[in-house]
Design a protein around this ligand. Structure first.
Ligand SMILES: Cc1cc2nc3c(=O)[nH]c(=O)nc-3n(C[C@H](O)[C@H](O)[C@H](O)COP(=O)(O)OP(=O)(O)OC[C@H]3O[C@@H](n4cnc5c(N)ncnc54)[C@H](O)[C@@H]3O)c2cc1C
Length: 414
């Protein structure tokens, strides 16, 4: 198909907007990125999944990301009274992905994306973009925003992209409804010194809490520690985010043991109401990417992957926005489903039982079944096969309530 879209205006200079800018600039599209520069020093999105690595390579950025981050070999889940469930990315070689990902300090990561987009010829405007709505279904840059980009000579770009993250500029301007996820969580997090190193080095640890869960993401010279819980539960822990985070750490035996001499070196950042998917992802002359389109949940760290993948998909479907939106929606639904198996405790019950059976019946057959499921789950949780019909059906059947009912309920994350 002949490319019709020659000029693109991207609103928002986070990972999705900047990756899209680079990918389009590589194709010779005239791109302008409008960003308001309101980036706090502490931003979530520090733990990546292996599927991000091929996109970083495509952008020519892997070496630079490796220099600012830490290699992440996998993720462990801890549960009181149970063995940890260790996911090692070695399994994802079977789905043709690198066997590692990275943990990154977000400001430095975003700067790399920004520099790369500029190097490739994307033009940047440092201003908060404003829009007009010339018709119910249409959007245009407001005159003062357009004036910030004189090279557009007063002409609207062929395509406008909403990459404004949770600001969801287009949805708010056009009053597009969204579907909220089932959880009503609040997350508080900060960077610390004095937490012991996770084993193996760079491994992310997700901890089960009596109510909610926590993360420990090792970064160069520090550890990012966050707690995620229902907002009523968070309120019970203290009046301020600082009190809540500190009390959540102090009350959890595993977390407090990991950081007996902890010392917080940043402010505490707070995020609320983030499970949200827009009911529309495109329209005539506009499309949404990254969090502006939808964000599922932080537990399995799909955010940056979805942000970069949406950029990749949109750059490939610039003149087929319907096809782009359909593919993105499928991704979001598949991740939502995958994550529900973790919150329900079924995946943990399945693992604990699988390990128990393999020990009790150390036959080749049991070993093979367990190894098969390890590979399936790893390939789904790393982004390569999240949508696989076989994987999704197998996971549904083998993790079903009927099989692990009571055990799963005990491991569910409330
Ligand atoms: C608690 C929590 C933990 C998370 N942890 C992880 C994790 O470990 N790993 C992971 O991969 N993901 C994680 N995420 C998700 C991840 O942070 C997001 O998915 C990712 O940042 C989305 O990128 P984006 O480019 O879509 O939006 P953003 O990164 O939000 O970028 C949007 C940009 O648009 C700009 N902007 C907004 N409005 C305007 C305007 N009107 N004009 C100009 N500019 C504007 C903003 O200033 C910003 O620069 C987490 C999310 C939450 C809530």
């Amino acid at each position: 198909m002949k490319q019709q879209t020659r000029t693109v205006g991207i609103i928002g200079g986070g990972p999705s907007g900047l990756a899209l800018a680079s990918l389009l600039a590589m194709k010779g599209v005239d791109v302008t990125v409008f960003d308001d520069g309101r980036r706090p020093d502490l931003v979530v999105g520090e733990s990546l999944v292996p599927a991000v690595v091929p996109v970083l390579r495509k952008l020519g950025l892997e070496e630079k990301v490796a220099a600012i981050g830490l290699v992440k070999p996998g993720v462990s889940f801890t549960m009181p009274g149970k063995e940890r469930v260790n996911f090692n990315f070695n399994n994802v070689a079977r789905c043709n992905l690198p066997t590692y990902a990275y943990n990154v300090p977000r400001p430095a990561f975003d700067r790399l994306l920004d520099d790369r987009a500029t190097e490739l010829g994307a033009r940047r405007v440092r201003a908060r973009a404003r829009l007009e709505r010339p018709a119910a279904d249409r959007l245009a840059l407001a005159p003062e925003t357009l004036a910030h980009a004189p090279w557009l000579q007063g002409r609207q770009p062929d395509l406008l992209v909403d990459a404004t993250g949770r600001s969801r500029l287009f949805a708010r301007t056009m009053e597009i409804p969204s579907t909220a996820g089932p959880r009503k969580d609040v997350a508080h997090f900060a960077h610390f010194e004095g937490f012991e190193e996770n084993e193996p080095r760079g491994q992310v640890v997700i901890g089960w809490l009596e109510k909610g869960w926590n993360w420990r993401i090792p970064l160069p010279g520090r550890v990012s520690v966050g707690v995620v819980m229902h907002r009523d539960e968070a309120a019970r822990l203290g009046a301020t985010p600082e009190e809540r985070l500190e009390n959540a750490i102090a009350r959890d035996p595993i977390l407090s043991k990991a950081g007996p001499d902890r010392h917080r070196i940043t402010d505490v950042a707070t995020y609320t109401n983030y499970q949200l998917i827009s009911s529309r992802g495109y329209g005539p002359g506009w499309a949404m990417t990254g969090d502006a389109f939808g964000f599922v949940d932080p537990m399995l760290s799909p955010g940056l992957w979805l942000a970069l993948h949406s950029a990749e998909l949109l750059s490939e479907h610039l003149d087929d926005l319907h096809g782009y939106s359909r593919r993105m929606r499928r991704q979001l639904r598949a991740w939502m489903e995958m994550i529900s198996h973790y919150y329900s405790g079924r995946i943990f019950a399945m693992y604990h039982k699988g390990t128990e059976y393999s020990r009790r019946y150390p036959h080749e057959f049991c070993r093979r079944i367990q190894s098969h499921f390890d590979v399936q789950v790893a390939c789904m949780a790393c982004g390569a096969r999240t949508q696989s019909l076989y994987g999704r059906t197998a996971l549904k059947v083998f993790s079903s309530q009927a099989v692990w009912g009571r055990e799963a309920a005990a491991l569910a994350i409330r």
